[in-house]
Design a binder for this molecule. Structure first.
Ligand SMILES: [Zn+2]
Length: 337
């Protein structure tokens, strides 16, 4: 039989001895193992110790603690022993805490029973002292529960952020709109798990690259169409599509081609305007010729604007006609006029 004494530091309260049965030593190692079996034996000792520690972690009893400690002694590797000892110590601490709690309540109940049996001031003070110890411990436990609650809520929030980001990325993959892209970016950046974040960001970037590729194709096609069909309407369509690109060098290259077409259109328009002005001038001149009266004679070869021109003085008969008629008949302009 082992005896265990737990002292509450600071309170001076000594908890009654806790007794528990020593772990039963059911398995015994074979005497002097052959060298061939040495390695196998070491493995067995380690696996037995591991099993005992697992049992201890599940049951958290003094008996399991004793077994685990005994098995640990047989483990040859100091590294493995250290690892297992750490796990045993952790459970050991938990068991002590539980013992302490049980004892705190028991002490309190005993003190209350004593008080009931003998209602004196000193028994009342003693019961209150025990009650304070128990309530202080409860307050500590409450803090631990609250801390765990905060951690759980943080984990749940992180999980929720991941789920929302996954849904947003999925929606973006189905619909490459800028609204969906903004939403996905926002939700992915809210994720705290770095590997998950990187994974989803990669998917967002893939969509972005695809959108950019399509935009480039559209802009290139619009510029090619403009070059084939040079009109002002096609310029604005091409320019809008080129402006939507983010790659500055592509943007510059396509803009240069648009400018070239724009200049060609301007030059062509100027040429047409000049031709139109010339045609207009010719038409006006023709009209003038049709309405301007000149004077010709049956024998002369000149036409005269002035009916009293000295070039007409010797002629008997002058005939008025239009300038265009005179030109058509081969008359040329009078040299005096
Ligand atoms: Zn004349």
């Amino acid at each position: 039989m082992k005896k265990k004494w737990i002292t509450l530091i600071g309170t001076g309260l000594t908890i009654a001895s806790l007794s528990f049965a020593s772990p039963s030593q059911t398995t015994s190692n074979p005497p002097t193992p052959t060298p061939v079996l040495a390695a196998q034996k070491t493995d067995t000792a380690l696996s037995k110790a591991k099993k005992a520690v697992r049992t201890l972690e599940n049951e958290q009893t003094h008996e399991a603690l004793g077994v685990a400690k005994d098995r640990l002694k047989d483990v040859k590797s100091s590294k493995e022993r250290k690892k297992l000892k750490k796990r045993i110590d952790k459970v050991h601490e938990l068991i002590e805490q539980k013992d302490l709690a049980t004892q705190l309540i028991k002490n309190l109940e005993d003190a209350v029973q004593t008080l009931k049996g003998d209602e004196t001031r000193s028994n009342l003070d003693a019961a209150n002292a025990k009650l304070k110890i128990a309530t202080d411990r409860i307050a500590e436990l409450q803090k631990e529960i609250d801390s765990s609650k905060t951690n759980i809520e943080k984990k749940e929030q992180a999980q929720k952020a991941i789920q929302e980001a996954e849904a947003a990325v999925k929606a973006l993959e189905a619909d490459h709109s800028s609204a969906k892209l903004d939403d996905a970016n926002k939700k992915v950046s809210a994720i705290t798990d770095t590997s998950k974040k990187a994974e989803l960001q990669k998917r967002v970037d893939a969509v972005k690259a695809d959108v950019e590729k399509k935009k480039t194709e559209e802009a290139t096609a619009a510029v090619a169409n403009l070059e084939a069909n040079q009109s002002r309407d096609n310029i604005s369509d091409a320019q809008n599509k080129v402006n939507a690109l983010t790659d500055e060098s592509q943007k510059a290259a396509l803009s240069t081609r648009i400018t070239a077409v724009s200049n060609a259109i301007s030059a062509h328009e100027a040429q047409e305007a000049a031709a139109q002005a010339a045609a207009q001038a010719a038409a006006t001149a023709q009209q003038d010729q049709d309405t301007t009266t000149v004077y010709i004679t049956a024998t002369g070869s000149r036409y005269h604007f002035d009916p009293h021109c000295r070039g007409l003085n010797r002629s008997n008969s002058t005939t008025p006609t239009t300038l265009s008629d005179a030109i058509a008949k081969g008359f040329t302009r009078c040299k005096f006029e």
